[in-house]
Ligand binder design. Structure first.
Ligand code: LLP
Length: 427
């Protein structure tokens, strides 16, 4: 049975070989695969593009740290004047450590603990995006104990369908995020009950990888109507945070929203707002700036399928396993080869450790270098050591040069903190 077809052959040198001026094939001779590589220039271009589109608005970018939390990436954000959207004290620590001022940090998430709230209050972050009545009570209590005033926004759940993957949609009434406008209205009406919380902000984030501007328009319109209603009722609103969610191109045919169109949707709903606008882009700033470099371990011919076994796995890039997400897979080869179809898999002992099914690629052999595209967001940050595979290295590229910004985890690093059960105690 032959899997070879007469499809067009690959060009001799794929343009993807050069990334931010760095020859990835030469890089992969120096750094063992798998590793993540990020283009600093591409990230900066995204920041600049978004900032330009927002010109004239009092808008601050607060990068969603969860998308890629490497300290070098956060340092790049800090230098560009970008703040942070955090969801844990770990992310708070990273953001501060990277030099992002506390005054540019906003804290989102449904499960903030008392300890995390205390840390964020002590650091003096800009504001808490509060997601439940219980959290509001806790914030009041903690701020009173510390004799400070917490600045807070209520996260509105606008009940809008973001038209994205169900696992990354957050703005529907059945999702765990935010509160209804009815509940938020009560919070403002009863603000006197929380003297240590200055509730003067609105926040909305409806989901991620959004490719149509319509859901944004709907959500922003609902928030804008609520802001006007609150102002009419005498509640001053100092900031409106429009969240993140801008999608990127993972495959041909996907058309991301142009920054100008996104900014137009913000202007249309909130152009008259006199306070500060906050944005929490994650994926948009970093996804397309990242690639995962991996080599073919072997080709395995099964009875029904031909498997391409890579040295990267679901522990290095979870998105295909978790969301059946498409990532382009591009072999970096010397010359043309006939094409065939592969199931592209990793070495992890799970059938779900699959990057692609029946993907058409040039014929590959053991040792060939393969690039997986658009992995700068939710790649390394979602990695694990499953199957005791150490975390992959991360490399920052810029105009022909590279710097290792995370060394490959050693086996000792991997087990650090584990110990034999030699000290038994009774609670
Ligand atoms: N703000 C909040 C409150 C968020 O929850 C998120 C993402 C963002 C901002 C940034 O969203 P972005 O601009 O990146 O779309 N692991 C998934 C994505 C999960 C997004 C979670 N929240 C994936 O790999 O597709």
């Amino acid at each position: 049975m032959s899997h070879t077809s007469s499809l067009p052959a690959e060009p001799a040198l794929h343009p993807d070989t050069l990334f931010d001026g760095v020859d990835l094939r030469r890089l992969a001779e120096r750094i063992p695969t798998p590793f993540h590589a990020y283009s600093a220039s591409a990230i900066r271009a995204r920041i600049d593009g978004l900032q330009q589109a927002l010109q004239g608005l009092d808008a601050t970018l607060c990068y969603a740290v969860k998308a890629n939390s490497n300290l070098a990436i956060l340092q790049l954000m800090a230098k560009a004047g970008v703040g942070a959207d955090i969801v844990s004290s770990g992310e708070l620590w990273r953001a501060l450590h990277a030099g992002i001022p506390a005054q540019r940090i906003v804290f989102s998430g449904v499960g903030k603990t008392a300890a995390e709230i205390a840390e964020a209050l002590a650091a003096g972050i800009q504001r808490f995006n509060v997601e439940s009545a219980d959290e509001l009570e806790l914030l009041q209590q903690m701020a009173a104990e510390l004799h400070v005033t917490a600045h807070a926004a209520v996260r509105i759940n606008p009940d809008v369908d973001a038209q994205t993957h169900a696992k990354i949609s957050t703005g529907k009434a059945e999702n765990k995020f935010g509160v209804s406008i009815d509940e938020a209205r009560r919070w403002f009406d009863q603000a006197a009950r929380h003297p240590n919380v200055r509730l003067d902000g609105l926040h909305v984030h409806i989901g991620s990888q959004i490719l149509s501007v319509e859901p944004f328009r709907l959500a922003f319109a609902r928030v804008a109507a609520f802001w006007r209603e609150l102002e009419d009722a005498g509640h001053a609103i100092a900031s409106i945070d429009v969240g993140g969610g801008l999608g990127v191109r993972y495959r041909d045919g996907q058309v991301p929203i142009a920054p100008a169109d996104y900014a137009a949707a913000i202007r249309e709903a909130l152009g008259a707002f006199k306070g500060r606008l906050l944005l929490e882009p994650g994926r948009y700033l970093v996804a397309e700036a990242g690639v995962l470099l991996t080599r073919v371990i072997r080709v395995k011919q099964g009875d029904r399928r031909r498997f391409l076994v890579l040295d990267a796995a679901m522990n290095d890039l979870l998105r295909p396993s978790l969301y059946e997400a498409w990532h382009d897979i591009v072999p970096l080869l010397d010359g043309p080869r006939p094409h065939c179809r592969y199931d592209v898999v990793g070495p992890v002992c799970e059938t779900g450790d699959t990057f692609a099914v029946e993907r058409e690629l040039p014929e590959l052999r053991s040792g060939d270098l393969v690039l997986i595209r658009t992995t700068g967001a939710y790649g390394a940050s979602m990695a694990s050591t499953y199957n005791s595979r150490p975390l992959a290295a991360e490399v920052l590229l810029e105009r022909g040069r590279h710097a290792i910004v995370r060394r490959r985890q050693s086996l000792e690093d991997m087990v650090a903190g584990e110990q034999p059960a030699s000290h038994w105690e009774s609670a």
